[in-house]
Design a protein around this ligand. Sequence first.
Ligand SMILES: Nc1ncnc2c1ncn2[C@@H]1O[C@H](COP(=O)(O)OP(=O)(O)OP(=O)(O)O)[C@@H](O)[C@H]1O
Ligand SMILES: [Mg+2]
Length: 499
Amino acid sequence: MKLELRGITKRFGSLVANENVSLLVQPGEIHCLLGENGAGKSTLMNVLYGLYHADAGEILLDDKVVNFAGPGDAMAAGIGMVHQHFMLIPVFTVAENVILGHEPTKFGGVLDMAAARVKVREISDQFGFDLDPDAIVGDLPVGVQQRVEIVKALISNAQILIFDEPTAVLTPQETDELMAIMKALRERGTAIVFITHKLREVKEVADKITVLRLGKVVGEASPQESANELASMMVGRAVDLEIVKEPAKLGDASFVVSGLSALSHNGTKVLDDVSFEIHKGEILVIAGVQGNGQTELTEAILGLQYKATGSIKLNGEELLGKRVKQVLDMGVGFVPEDRTEDGLVADFTIAENLMLDRADRKPFVSGLNLRLAYLREFATKLVQQYDVRTQSIETKAGKLSGGNQQKVVLARELSRELKLFVASQPTRGLDVGSIEFVHEQIVKTRNSGLPVLIVATELDEAVQLGDRIAVMYRGKIVGIVPSTTPRQVLGQMMAGISA
Ligand SMILES: Nc1ncnc2c1ncn2[C@@H]1O[C@H](COP(=O)(O)OP(=O)(O)OP(=O)(O)O)[C@@H](O)[C@H]1O
Ligand SMILES: [Mg+2]
C-alpha cells in the first residue's frame, strides 16, 4: 500500500511540532525519517497512527484520503507501529499483549486467545522470531519484547509499518536481526517508515531518506550520501562524528571496586568477583552485550544492590551499604539506563527535574524557602547549555522528545559537584549533534580530573570514549584492555573469551 502525507501541520499550543510536512512512501520501500531530537519525527508518526489529530493536512492510502479517530482506525486501515517507548503490558503474556487494542471482532467477537496464540506462532515462525505466546512479556529481553510489538502489528496484516527508533534499545546483534526482518518485510511489499539516529543503519537499509528539522522537511537525501553529509543535513551544521580527546593525565586510582559479587532474586550470580579501578582523569568503559551484569554493577555503585558483597571505594570511603541518597551526596553523578523510568519524573517540570536531588539544600533553598528566582536562572542556563528543545522550563519533562529527556538528565547529573561520574549508555536516543556535545562534556569531566565510568553497548562508542575498556560477560570482567585493542579481539571478549 502506498502512503502519502500531504501538508501535515501539528501544533501543541503555540509550538509547531510539524509544519506543512509531506512524505511519500511506496510499497516495498524502507523510508528513513531523520532529524535531530525534537524535530517532530514521533509527532508525525503519531498523527499517521491516529494518536494525534493533525491541525492541517491529509493522509492518503493508495491515493484515497483517510481520517483516523484513533489508533484502532489506523490499524484497521493496515498501519502498524512499533513505538519508541513500548506500549506493552509487562504482566500480560505475549498473546494477551498481541490481542490488546485490536478490534475484538477480529477474533470472532470475543478475545479469542486460542486464535491469537496460533497466529503468534505462525508469524513468529515466518520470521524466525522464536516467540512463546505464553511467555510473560516483562520477563523477556528488550529485543524480544520488540518482536512482540512487530507481531502485534503484523497480526492485523499491516501493509505500512512504522518503526520509531527501534534500535535505540537493542544490542548490536539484535539490531542486525531487526534489519534482516525489515528487509524481509520489504520483500513482501510492506511500506516501512524507519526512524533512527544511527547513520550506519540508514546506510544499510534505506531506500529513501527524508530529513526533518524544526518540524519542517529540509530535504530528501540518497542513502549514498556520506554520513557526514547526512549529519550536517540533520542538525544544520558540520558535526564531528569522531571524538577528539587528548591523552589522559592520570591521577590516583580514586575509585576502586574489589571482589564485588551479587545474586539475582532467583539465586544466579549477576556479579561475580568484579574488580577494577579507575584513576582520576580516566574514562573506563564497561563494554559487553547488554544483560551481562552492567546494570547490576551500576546499581551496586548507586546503592541499589542491597545484598552485594565485596567493596566499592571512592576516595577511600566505602559506598557499599549506603543508600542512594547518601551515595549521590558523596558526589556520584549517575545517568541511569532507563531515563523515563529512573532518570526523570515525567509529571514534574523541566526546572524541577533539574534540581531533583538537591531541592533540599543551598543554593536552592534559603531557610525554608525555595529560591525560585535562582532555580529559574539555573534551569534556564542548563537548558540553553544542553540545547534542550523546549518552549519553557515549566514544561513537564514527560512532554519532551526522547532525546531531550536524556539531555535533561545529563544536564542535572553533570552540573552537580562530582567526585565520580557514572553513566549507562549516555547517548542512547540522542541525535548526532547532541552525541557530539555529550561526548565533549564527558571528556571535559574526565579532563577536570574525575574518574568516569561509562557503560556502552556500542563498540564504536566504547572504543572512542574509553581510555581503557573492561569487558563484562556473565557477571564477570573477562579482561581490561586499552581502547586501541582491535575490535575483533573485543568482540571475542564480549562472547566470553578472555583477553
Ligand atoms: N504531547 C505533547 N505535548 C506538548 N509538546 C509535545 C508533545 N509531544 C511532542 N511535543 C513537542 O513536539 C516537538 C517534537 O517532538 P517529537 O517527539 O516529535 O520529536 P522527535 O523528532 O521524535 O525527537 P527524538 O529524536 O528526541 O525522539 C518537541 O518540541 C516536543 O517537546
Ligand atoms: Mg521521537
